[in-house]
Structure formats: C-alpha cells, structure tokens
Design a protein around this ligand. Structure first.
Ligand SMILES: Nc1nc2c(ncn2[C@@H]2O[C@H](COP(=O)(O)OP(=O)(O)O)[C@@H](O)[C@H]2O)c(=O)[nH]1
Ligand SMILES: [Mg+2]
Length: 208
C-alpha cells in the first residue's frame, strides 16, 4: 500500500488502520505481534500515531478528549505487526463505572494476549507522575510486560523540566523502562521510538 502523504526520511514505513475492536473475543482473534499505546486523554497519543505514520489524519486529534472507546489496530509495514491504540483513561468527566469497565478491559487485554510485545506508556513531559499512569505501569510490570515510557510534548517544557519529569519516572519505574523524549511537533524522538518499537517486537518473537 502506498502512502501519498508521506514526506520524510522513511517513506517505506506505512501505518494503516486495519481493525477497530470492541470486544474481548475480537481482541483474541488477532494473532500478529502487537505493541500497545496507552495514555491519559489529551496526552498527545493521536498526534504521536500520526507522527509515526507520517500522516495528518491517521488517528483523530480530538477536541473532545476521552471519546475513543474502541481498540484501534494500525498495521505496520514493513514488519507485519500492529500498533494498538488503547482507549484513553483518567478523564475526569467519566463515571466511576466507566473507568472500572475500562480497567477490566485493559487488564484482560494485557493478561490474555500472548501476542502483546510491549506497552508504550504515553506521558506528559510537563507533569509529575500521575496516579492512573502509575497504576497502569504497575499492572504492566506485574504481568512482566515490557514497558516503554514516552514523554511527549517535549517541545513544551524546558530541558530542566523535561529532565525532572524523566528522573521522577526513573524513580517510579526502575532501570528497565527508561523514558524517551518525544514531540509530534518537532518530531524529536521519532526515529528512536520506531527503533525501540521494533526491538520490542523482535524480543517478543525471540521468546516464542
Ligand atoms: N506542542 C505540542 N502539542 C501537542 C503535541 N502532541 C499533541 N499536542 C496537542 O495536544 C492536544 C491533544 O492531542 P491528541 O493527540 O489529540 O491527544 P490524545 O487525546 O492523547 O490523542 C492537541 O491540541 C495537540 O495538538 C506535541 O508533541 N507538542
Ligand atoms: Mg486521541
């Protein structure tokens, strides 16, 4: 498949939305390697996906945060694996029962998915560690799911602020999950992120 909007250094990479999934049964039917992306609403997850795919409108950049309920599967070519955009969490206006339902879905997705190679935890480089992010990170670590923290909107904070956030996350997560700076605006960290994603997939394939 060609990507006419592609303009950059790696026109060979294509990301295309292949599946939109709402149920556990549908989730379990996907047997290709997967790297999931999770983050609180408005953290910049859709922008990051668009930046990775060199597209403007691959993932919707929301003006109403917290709307996505589905799991969106983006096929990566070359590579034959999926980036899975998980529904945003921690949005204040959501009801308690909705948040609980979200937590259950995520837990099952993590636990019952033999093809999950890792989790990209999308975090705001301007904010100290927040409870919902730490809870999700703890869940992933307890399941021994490789975790890659991505500190996005790095263009919006000073180097000092960025480093302070990274150090806080290093304290929370330990040495196995070193945070990466990212900006969809300046494309900082994009190539490194692609390389890390591929390493996660290769490591998972090595384990099977
Ligand atoms: N300056 C800057 N703004 C960003 C960046 N990433 C996202 N944004 C902005 O943050 C808002 C939320 O972005 P979006 O990608 O929809 O977040 P999502 O809810 O996590 O999918 C939008 O107004 C984006 O333009 C970034 O790296 N730098
Ligand atoms: Mg979004």
């Amino acid at each position: 498949m060609t990507n006419p909007e592609s303009t950059t250094s790696d026109p060979q990479i294509t990301l295309s939305l292949e599946k939109t999934i709402y149920t556990l049964e549908q989730m379990e039917s996907v047997t290709a390697p997967q790297v999931a992306l999770a983050g609180r609403s408005n953290v910049g997850k859709s922008s990051l996906i668009n930046c990775l795919g060199n597209r403007k409108n691959l993932a919707k950049i929301s003006s109403t945060p917290g709307k996505t309920r589905s799991l969106n599967y983006y096929l990566v070519q070359p590579g034959d694996f999926y980036l899975v955009d998980l529904p945003g969490y921690g949005y204040a206006r959501r009801s308690k029962s909705e948040r609980q339902a979200w937590g259950r879905l995520m837990e099952r997705y993590f636990q019952r998915n033999a093809h999950l190679a890792g989790l990209l935890l999308i975090l705001d480089s301007r904010l100290p560690p927040q409870a919902p992010d730490m809870e999700l990170a703890a869940m992933a670590q307890s399941l021994r799911l490789p975790l890659l923290p991505v500190l996005t909107k790095a263009d919006k904070c000073t180097q000092r602020e960025c480093f302070a956030t990274r150090n806080s996350w290093r304290d929370v997560l330990g040495p196995e999950a070193d945070p990466l700076f990212f900006s969809s605006k300046t494309r900082r960290g994009r190539d490194t992120l692609w390389a890390q994603i591929r390493l996660l997939v290769e490591a998972a394939q090595g384990r099977t």
